[in-house]
Design a binder for this molecule. Structure first.
Ligand SMILES: [Zn+2]
Length: 376
């Protein structure tokens, strides 16, 4: 395990490659951003919009997937206030046992701000069962629900006949997932190649006994459907020079978005501005930490180091303290929801801990073998 020379990204992130100088893809991308002509990009965006005029039979210019989080709130407002467009907001909501009151309130605020929102809620029984299957098979409960989250937007775009889909960040550029890079920095039609969505993404669900018809909300439209509907996904993050976790949170907070009020010790979330609408993504961040040696605190800290707001050493202290943090309460409510015992949860997590990076003591406490910022 090696760390980026500049930030605290280890080279264990899947599909990410460091430069020869030992710089991670996100830092490399950040360097390139310093030379971008943002006015030129804005003009490219205007040209793009001219190529997708509102259809005479439609009342919307584009569709934006929203969760009531900081990124989607910022996108929706920017599109309407800056460009004067009328977006349809598409929200795939969680079942009542999963969604937080804060998440519900945040969607309500968007509606109060005057947006048209279409809300879709897949059948809760299949949602719950597929989540359990995914956890037991991959130690990642979100395998099925992410499929639904990603699929809902193009599915609705086809149904409402709105070809232009605006998406937030380009995972190829911002996270260094090279498989999803499109023809240009803003072309999002390659999103289908990301791990969650790529070939045979439903196979494990079919093997688990789900009927293909039950899985319709989990089906990402195939390339021929994209072509037929003329769908174009565009990453909005590519056009916005100040697109970042913290800027988006500030912008959305000023427009009514409610943040988390629990401590970073419960969530590993230093500012409490991510995953506002549910609590179990925090479990996944903890598991990711045990698999790859970096969690949610690392993502925050890296951005802050790049922006020069904290030093690498200050970052190390924060990562040491908060990476992998997850409240017992969230773990208990998750186990209760999918119907497994706490012991089974930990057995499964322990079996998936990366033993090169961590050591599980006799007391079952998991300890780092590596040193944050130095590696192994
Ligand atoms: Zn870096």
């Amino acid at each position: 395990m090696k760390y980026c020379e500049r930030c605290l990204q280890p080279d264990t992130r899947p599909n990410a490659q460091f430069t020869e100088a030992g710089i991670c893809p996100a830092c490399h991308y950040f360097d390139q951003l310093q030379h971008v002509d943002w006015q030129e990009r804005y003009e490219i965006f205007e040209d793009l919009l001219r190529r997708y005029p509102r259809k005479s039979s439609q009342q919307f210019d584009c569709i934006i997937g929203v969760s009531g989080g900081k990124d989607s709130t910022r996108q929706a407002l920017w599109i309407r206030e800056k460009l004067g467009l009328k977006p349809l907001l598409a929200c795939l909501t969680y079942p009542p046992q999963q969604v937080t009151q804060r998440g519900v309130d945040n969607i309500s605020s968007l509606i109060e701000l005057g947006f048209d929102v279409v809300i879709s809620a897949p059948a809760p029984g299949i949602w719950q069962r597929s989540m359990k299957e995914a956890f037991l098979k991959f130690t990642n409960w979100a395998r099925s629900t992410e499929l639904a989250l990603f699929s809902a937007v193009p599915q609705l775009a086809i149904r409402y006949d709105i070809p232009l889909i605006l998406w937030g960040e380009n995972p190829g550029l911002q996270l260094g997932d090279l498989k999803t890079l499109g023809n240009t920095g803003y072309d999002g039609n390659n999103l289908r190649f990301m791990n969650t969505l790529s070939g045979g993404s439903q196979d494990w669900m079919l093997e688990a006994g789900f009927h293909p018809k039950e899985l319709l909300p989990y089906r990402y439209p195939d390339p021929s459907e994209f072509d037929q509907a003329g769908l174009q996904i565009v990453y909005l993050g590519w056009f916005l020079g100040d697109w970042s976790l913290i800027n988006n949170a500030m912008y959305s907070g000023l427009n009514g978005l409610a943040y988390r009020t629990d401590s970073a010790k419960n969530t590993g979330d230093l500012l409490g501005v991510t995953s506002l609408d549910e609590d179990w993504v925090t479990l996944n961040q903890m598991i990711k930490y045990y698999k790859f040696g970096f969690g949610r605190a690392t993502d925050y800290v890296n951005e802050e180091i790049r922006l020069g707001r904290i030093s690498r050493d200050q970052g190390i202290a924060l990562v040491e303290e908060y990476d992998g943090c997850c409240s017992e309460e969230y773990i208990e409510s998750f186990c209760h929801y999918i119907g497994i015992a706490l012991e089974q949860f930990w057995q499964q997590v322990h079996a998936n801990v990366n033993k090169d990076l961590f050591e599980i003591g006799a007391d079952k406490i998991i300890q780092r073998r590596y040193r944050v910022g130095l590696g192994l």
